[in-house]
Ligand binder design. Structure first.
Ligand code: CA
Length: 225
């Protein structure tokens, strides 16, 4: 899952980027409203964290422009403590949730997980697909009760497919959501990672849809030979 972080406080931005990366997300950072608006307008994100007090373009304007342009990713706004009017303005402008500064990183991560879960229509932080179980809080994966050890990229790949269960996800889409903007992207490597992931999961969960991409779903009752 790929996150956009728009925050002008450099220390906070660095701290959050580190925490988000450790939690298994890829993160693009923008330090002002103009850059943040541009990235959110042109790159695909699974969620955005948006500070309201920003240089060049304030957070509310950024959010309004995104929504006007039809950008629908979940947005969590960061507001100054006790500024209830900011929260109201933010929610009216299209924010999905807010967090008042200062906050605990754990709370930010929990709210973010909840936002992406809701966007994917999932009710709980544990995703179950046939024998596969993914605990999005701990990034623990089991198949038929057996733990599966995944690299962070394999986990990101699996989590993205699981959040879009039953839908065909193209290689390009995967590349866009698994790597940050600075990464030298090559959609051929995706095939390699899908292959490895398949081998580790064993169960026939990831299907290739020829020419279109991949889909993760409950395996068919009888696999064709
Ligand atoms: Ca600020």
């Amino acid at each position: 899952m790929r996150i956009l972080l728009v925050e002008d406080d450099k220390d906070l931005s660095r701290l959050l980027k580190k925490a988000l990366s450790e939690a298994g997300y890829v993160v693009d950072c923008a330090l002002d409203g103009e850059e943040g608006h541009f990235l959110g307008d042109t790159e695909p994100y699974d969620a955005a964290i948006l500070d309201l007090g920003l240089p060049k373009l304030d957070g509310i304007s950024v959010l309004e422009k995104w929504r006007k342009a039809g950008r629908a990713m979940p947005v969590l706004i960061l507001t100054a403590r006790d500024r209830w009017s900011d929260k109201v303005a933010g929610i009216d402008a299209g924010a999905d949730d807010y967090l008042a500064k200062p906050f605990h990183t754990e709370e930010l991560l929990a709210r973010l997980r909840a936002l992406m879960r809701r966007a994917a229509g999932l009710a709980s932080s544990a995703i179950e697909i046939g024998p596969l179980q993914i605990d999005t809080r701990t990034s623990r994966v089991t198949v038929a009760g057996h733990p599966v050890k995944l690299t962070s990229l394999e986990y990101r790949l699996l989590a993205y497919l699981a959040h879009h269960k039953g839908r065909v996800v193209s290689r390009t889409e995967l590349v866009e959501h698994l790597y940050d903007q600075d990464f030298d992207r090559d959609s051929n490597t995706i095939e390699v990672f899908v292959g490895r992931l398949r081998k580790k999961l064993e169960a026939n969960l990831i299907q290739t849809v020829r020419g279109l991409g991949y889909t993760l779903d409950v395996p068919p009752p009888e696999s064709e030979a």
